[in-house]
Design a protein around this ligand. Structure first.
Ligand SMILES: Cc1cc2nc3c(=O)[nH]c(=O)nc-3n(C[C@H](O)[C@H](O)[C@H](O)COP(=O)(O)O)c2cc1C
Length: 196
């Protein structure tokens, strides 16, 4: 039964500090300047996405069902495709060369993807979580991708970058183009760069 409604006080964004600013300022940005993302900023974006925030317990910035961490994060840039390894905060080269045009092509020709300095690619290795939660683990993994993506969006705003979530692409064609076929399911992309 509807027992009425009540008006809430206006949100006092200032109380959230820089987080309030990031939440208010975040908008999908699809136009980028060619300027690359610096190594220092990439480090911070990856750490924010799913880096280790509690080394003692090996816990990360993004929550994960049962701390099973079924997601892997790849970085696509002009130089190639790299995998982020949270455990030692490093990048491992998967494929050399610029695959961004191919990535854009297989994302239903969303041309801004070819011009984005970086696209973060979130992949799920489902057995890591379904071994514990059975079929429900699929849902958990997909939800977790949202956590990682939002961390990237908010960190981007803080550092002066723009980003956009991309869900429209052919999973298998993207995996093949990036050289990550057989490494899990591509479930989310986030492109990022300086607005321009
Ligand atoms: C799951 C998901 C998939 C999306 N896929 C795309 C996409 O393929 N291409 C795109 O340009 N924007 C995509 N977006 C971004 C939305 O269009 C955007 O968030 C929406 O228009 C609201 O605008 P805002 O992000 O500026 O608040 C996606 C967003 C979400 C959450």
């Amino acid at each position: 039964m509807n027992s009425g409604s009540r008006k809430l006080p206006p949100p006092d964004w200032d109380r959230l500090g820089p987080l309030g600013e990031s939440l208010l300022e975040r908008r999908s940005v699809r136009s980028y300047s060619p300027e690359t993302i610096t190594e220092e900023d990439l480090s911070l974006l990856l750490a924010s996405a799913c880096g280790i925030s509690d080394p003692v317990n090996s816990l990360r910035t993004a929550p994960s069902g049962g701390a099973t961490y079924p997601l892997d994060l790849y970085v696509v840039s002009e130089t190639g495709v790299e995998e982020y390894v949270p455990e030692d905060h490093s990048l491992v080269v998967i494929k050399e060369g610029d695959t961004r045009s191919s990535l854009a092509h297989h994302s239903y020709r969303q041309s801004f993807i070819a011009r984005a300095p970086v696209t973060f690619v979130i992949c799920a290795d489902y057995p890591r979580i379904t071994s514990r939660y059975r079929d429900r683990g699929i849902r958990y993994a997909i939800l977790e991708a949202g956590h990682i993506a939002q961390n990237i969006h908010l960190a981007c705003v803080s550092l002066g970058y723009g980003s956009v979530a991309v869900g429209a692409y052919d999973d298998d064609d993207v995996a093949n183009a990036l050289g990550i076929e057989g490494r899990g399911h591509v479930i989310y992309l986030v492109t990022a760069g300086k607005p321009g």
